[in-house]
Design a binder for this molecule. Sequence first.
Ligand SMILES: Nc1ncnc2c1ncn2[C@@H]1O[C@H](COP(=O)(O)OP(=O)(O)OP(=O)(O)O)[C@@H](O)[C@H]1O
Length: 400
Amino acid sequence: MTDSVSVIRVRDASKRFVIRKEKSLKERLVNFGRSNQHKDDFWALRDIDLDIHGGTTVGLIGPNGSGKSTLLKLIGGILQPTSGTVEHRGRLAALLELGAGFHPDLTGRENVFLNAAILGLSRKQTAQFFDAIVAFSGIEPFIDTQVKFYSSGMYVRLAFAVSVHVDPDVLLVDEVLAVGDEPFQRKCMDRIRRFQAEGRTIVLVTHALDTVADICDRAVVLENGRIQVDGPPVDALRHLRADFEVMRQEDMEKQREAVGDSEPPSAARIVGVTVSGDDGRRISVIEPGDPLVIDVDVDVDGRVEDPVLGIGIDSPLGQVVYGTNTKLMGRRLPPLSGPSRHTFRLPQVWLGEGQYTVHAAFARDGGVELHRLPGAASLTVHASGRGVGFLNIDTELLSS
Ligand SMILES: Nc1ncnc2c1ncn2[C@@H]1O[C@H](COP(=O)(O)OP(=O)(O)OP(=O)(O)O)[C@@H](O)[C@H]1O
């Protein structure tokens, strides 16, 4: 089934939605007698050109509302472009938003037949696959229940089972898989890998960026309805993570402004965190194995007798990837008062490719945390692209 020609071809496609907004009471009075709604045009996609070749796996990534699902729906023929063209070749199965393609009043069994018929299978063909579909979905006890009573996970289980059993040439998958439990998600990933090995084409919308690095041949970054990057996942992810970091900083700035000076002055504060290399120069990008020097400036109004100072490196979702503090290190700090600087040196930081932030925290030994500065500095790790995840390990293949 693998071929090098386009199985999906999007040419100069744009999609406009008309958004209706309720008018305010004042506007209603002024426009008495006329409609109570505003109509606004909104371009969810602009000038999209995309060729997807047979046998490839492409990830569509980008911030919330950037147009990923809309593009997937255009490819799947669920939506029509306002201008431009979208073509595809071969049988196409789509796993789009929850419940799409299912009729709520029909049972799981009836929906399997309905869905398969929409995808072009005869009743006889569907009957052949039926047991395999139900077995894969793992929801046999509920197969004769109306799907409106299904949980979101049960919906997705059945929908995914149908889409992978109808022998599609192209599989479109939106984020929905994320609602399945872990064992089911793993089963789906195994099936997706099998599809890849069989040379089928897969287009995936996801926020799981490591999944994109792991399974996609190519990634397309959408922002504000336009393609920003289209290329190898490592490049696309680097671009997107850098943009996310800008958004995070803007968001922090807004939060700080919103809180303003209303925050009560604390007796002990971390006033600054800087990250540098061994030569003392400030850095924000490192390679795996590089050393890192983290300076933490603290200001204590009064005196803290038994201070404990900690630092850590967090993932973009705020998960602590690494953390330590003076107590864990078996070091005792002297009582602190006034401003002071404390320097931590991490000799070799074997982090994997990605965007991280550095936090610092200050506490009393055995007592409450006095101050924490999350996202105090940002850190980008550029790795070789030979692995995914938080760690960088130079794995070798000893035998094959
Ligand atoms: N049927 C619709 N009517 C009006 N606006 C819509 C419609 N569908 C999508 N939009 C708007 O189009 C924009 C893109 O939506 P889309 O669902 O494609 O984004 P996305 O990148 O998939 O986002 P997310 O990551 O949050 O799922 C959003 O601003 C959304 O509000």
